[in-house]
Design a protein around this ligand. Sequence first.
Ligand code: HOZ
Length: 438
Amino acid sequence: MLLVEKTPQKKENTKSNKLFEEACKVLPGGVNSPARSCKSVDATPIFIEKADGSRIIDVDENEYIDYVGSWGPMILGHRHPRVLEAVELALANGISYGAPCRQEVELAQLVCQMMPSIEMVRFVNSGTEATMSAVRLARGFTGRDMIIKFDGCYHGHADSFLVKAGSGLATLGISNSKGVPEDLAKLTISIPFNDVDALKKAFKEHKGEIAAVIIEPIVGNAGLLLPKDGYLQSVRDLCTENKSLLIFDEVMTGFRVAPGGAQELYDIKPDLTTLGKVIGGGLPVGAYGGRADIMQMVAPLGEVYQAGTLSGNPLAMACGVAQLRIVKNGEALKDLSEITDKLVAGIQKIIDEQKIDAIVNKTCGMFTVFFTKKEVFDFESAKNSDTKKFARFWQNLLEEGVYWPPSQFEAAFVSTMHTDFDLDQTLKAFESALKNLD
Ligand code: HOZ
C-alpha cells in the first residue's frame, strides 16, 4: 500500500487551484468531463496525484477517503495487487496491436459466463460507445427507429440519449443538449422511471414503432433509484408484447450489485446488455452483447456497422479479466455488500440523530444521500432534493478529508478496500459535515 491508514488531514489547495487555472486555458471548463467540474457544488476541482486502496492524494498532498472510485470502475479499490500485476504483465508485451489478442477472448468468455443472457459480446472503449452501438443494433434488428428511455437515466452522451438525461446534464440543469438535431431527438421518448402506465401509454401511442427500451435497471445517474417491486418484470413483459428489444444498461450495476449484475439480482433476461466501468478495471472498456440472433447482425457478420481502433486493447482486456475473475467468485461482492450496509447504517443513524431532512437509497457497492425527507423513486422526486444543502455538505466533507461525488444526482461508490478505519473516519466526517450545513 502506498498510503498508510491515517486520519485525513486537510491542507491548502494551492497547486490544484493553479493547475485548474492553467487547465481552463486549454480545456473547456478546465475538465475533460462536466461531471467532475464541481460547478454544482460551488467548488474548484482538486487534481489527483495518486491513489491506493480506498485513498486518493491530490497534488497538494491532501489525502481523502475516496467515494467516487473513478465513478465505479475501482470496485476492488485503487492499485489492487492482482489487477496491477495483470496490467504490468500485459504491458511487458506491448500496448496496442490493432489485431485480435488472447485477452479479448478471455474477457468475452468471462462476461458470457457471468451474464448468461449475453451469448455474444463486442468490446468498445466506453459506456457511451456501448449504448450507442446497442441502440443502432436494435434499430437494425427490428427495422424500427424510436427508442424509449427514462427521465434521469444517463446512457452516455450519444445524441439519442441527451433527452431529459441524468448525471452531468442533471447536475448542470441542462434538460436537452444543444447540437442534437430535432429530427433525431424526436425519435427518443423519455418517460418517468417506475411508472408502468407511462410505459404502456408510450407503447400504445407508438405501436410498432419502438425499436428498444433502454433502462438502467437500478438507476445510478439520477442519484440512486431502485425499481419498485415488479416494475422491471413489467418492462420486460411490455417489450416482449410489443416486439421491442429490452436493453439493460448495466454500465454501473454490472458485476457490482451481484456477480451477474441487476439482471441476476432481479432475475430478468434482457435482449441486450451494455457494460463498462468494472469490466475495464479503470482502463477504457465498454461492451454490448446479448442474444446471438441479434449479435449476428454486427459487422463483419451482419450489416450493423461498428468499429474501434482501440477496441479489445490488450492492457484493458487484461485489467478487466483480472478484476472480473476476483468478482466472479462472489466473495468480493459479499464483502462489498457488508461494507455498504455498515456505512449506510452509520449514516442513517447520524441523519436520524441530527434530524436532517435526508434519505439514503442504496444497493451493493453504491448509494446516494438525497437531501429531502420524501421517498425518492424517480427523477422528479430526486429533484425535490436541496442541491444547495448538498453543495455545503460536499464542501464540508472535503474539508474533513472525504471525497464525495460532486453532484446530488450521482451515486457514491464503495470498494472492497474500504476498511473499518475508513468507515469510522467517514462517519466522523459525516457527523461534522451535517452539523455545519446552515
Ligand atoms: N457517467 C459518469 C457519472 N455517472 C460520468 C463521470 C465523468 O464524466 O467524469
